[in-house]
Design a protein around this ligand. Structure first.
Ligand SMILES: NC(=O)c1ccc[n+]([C@@H]2O[C@H](COP(=O)([O-])OP(=O)(O)OC[C@H]3O[C@@H](n4cnc5c(N)ncnc54)[C@H](O)[C@@H]3O)[C@@H](O)[C@H]2O)c1
Length: 349
């Protein structure tokens, strides 16, 4: 029998989820709800979703729904999970899993106590390049990792924040560019090299008229002394694809655009070269040495994330991105905000 999702929220994320769910065998989009009923209806009409409901509670009365996909503003993720657990439905929650690490912790406890599966969406973990990057670090091919950088320099027009006002409000989104955009690339860093011991940050609102930060610079220090630098903005003109670089004492690995349109490493770069030459050399070495690792995602990573969640429910195991995994980047983002607020390093628990 097909696994049936009910969607909570019919905005931008829902547009991604419907085709991704349909790309997974034996998964169906059964229903949708949105506080803006017209938006839910329009999505249902356009994408042939059979049922439209007035509210989350009404949708939860549909006994044929197996799980909620929670695609609403960040501060509404926890209340939706609470409602789902009451009805014994599994939950798949878009990033950021919650607007604070504390809310994420409550969610994890609720789902554990209620015996339902909690999954998060951090779809870039499912790209072949991100997996290859993690494997490169774990296998030791890069040597000892001592430095990393996360660069997320995007462009969001004022309209991005006015179309969905929650994105500009601290108590609803939980934060700005760090919580909404940079969280993806930050998560890839944490997934690859682990959690930092302490963080330091400065944040500001420079290019938009919103409450939340639209630029941030951070430092992360890891237990083994590795340092990472993070830069993020939604005010870049023009924007750049997000980039993650990891440097070991025997090589470097990088992903671009979170999908790894390029990914390469090498252990023997022994002569100086211009930047362009350097990347060319790295790319050619990569092709020679690691040609069997795909450099480009061939499938929709959202679909892979959803597939793993559904399989996890069937197999009675935690999903690869469970609540604990999905909370990690929120925990680090919260600590970066705290540091920016107090002007000092903040230790991670
Ligand atoms: N993984 C990704 O690549 C990706 C991309 C976009 C958005 N997101 C995430 O998806 C979530 C939604 O973001 P978005 O950009 O789609 O926002 P959005 O504002 O476009 O859509 C959210 C929708 O939720 C609806 N909503 C608000 N309160 C509700 C409630 N109580 N019940 C039901 N619906 C309600 C709104 O009316 C709106 O239609 C966020 O967590 C965001 O970070 C993830």
């Amino acid at each position: 029998m097909a696994f049936r999702f009910g969607l909570i929220g019919a905005g931008v994320a829902a547009e991604l989820h419907v085709p991704a769910m349909r790309a997974v065998p034996d998964v169906e989009v059964a229903a949708v709800t949105d506080v803006d009923r017209g938006r839910a209806q329009a999505l249902a009409d356009r994408l042939q979703i059979p049922e439209v409901y007035e509210s989350t509670d009404a949708l939860l009365e549909n006994a044929s729904v197996d799980a909620l996909a929670i695609l609403s503003p960040h501060h509404l993720h926890l209340p939706a999970v609470q409602a789902a657990v009451r009805k014994q439905k599994h939950v798949l929650v878009e990033k950021a899993i919650a607007h604070t690490a504390e809310a994420a912790e409550k969610m994890i406890e609720l789902c554990r106590a209620g015996g339902v599966t909690l999954g998060g969406i951090l779809q870039y973990r499912f790209t072949p390049a991100a997996r290859a990057l993690k494997e490169a670090v774990l296998s030791g091919v890069l040597g000892r990792i001592f430095l990393a950088s996360v660069s997320v320099k995007l462009r969001r027009t004022p309209d991005y924040y006015t179309r969905a006002a929650w994105r500009g409000r601290k108590n609803e989104a939980g934060g700005g560019v760090l919580m909404i955009q940079a969280i993806h690339t930050l998560d890839l860093l944490l997934w690859t090299i682990g959690m930092p011991r302490r963080v330091f940050a400065r944040t500001a609102t420079a290019a938009h008229t919103v409450e939340v930060e639209d630029m941030a610079v951070g430092l992360l220090e890891f237990p083994d002394g590795c340092l990472a630098v993070l830069q993020a903005t939604t005010g870049a003109v023009p924007e750049d694809p997000p980039e993650l670089e990891i440097h070991g004492d025997r090589g470097t690995a990088a992903t671009f655009d979170n999908r790894g349109h390029l990914l390469f490493w090498l252990s023997t770069l022994d002569r100086p070269a211009s930047l362009a030459d350097r990347w060319r050399m790295l790319a050619s070495q990569y092709r020679e040495q690691e040609g069997d690792i795909p450099r480009q995602a061939t499938t929709d990573p959202h679909a892979e994330n959803i597939r793993d969640f559904v399989n996890a429910v069937h197999e009675g195991r935690p999903p690869l991105v469970d609540g604990i995994e999905a909370r990690k980047a929120v925990l680090v983002v919260d600590a970066l905000y705290r540091s920016a607020q107090i002007g000092a390093w903040v230790e991670l628990p």
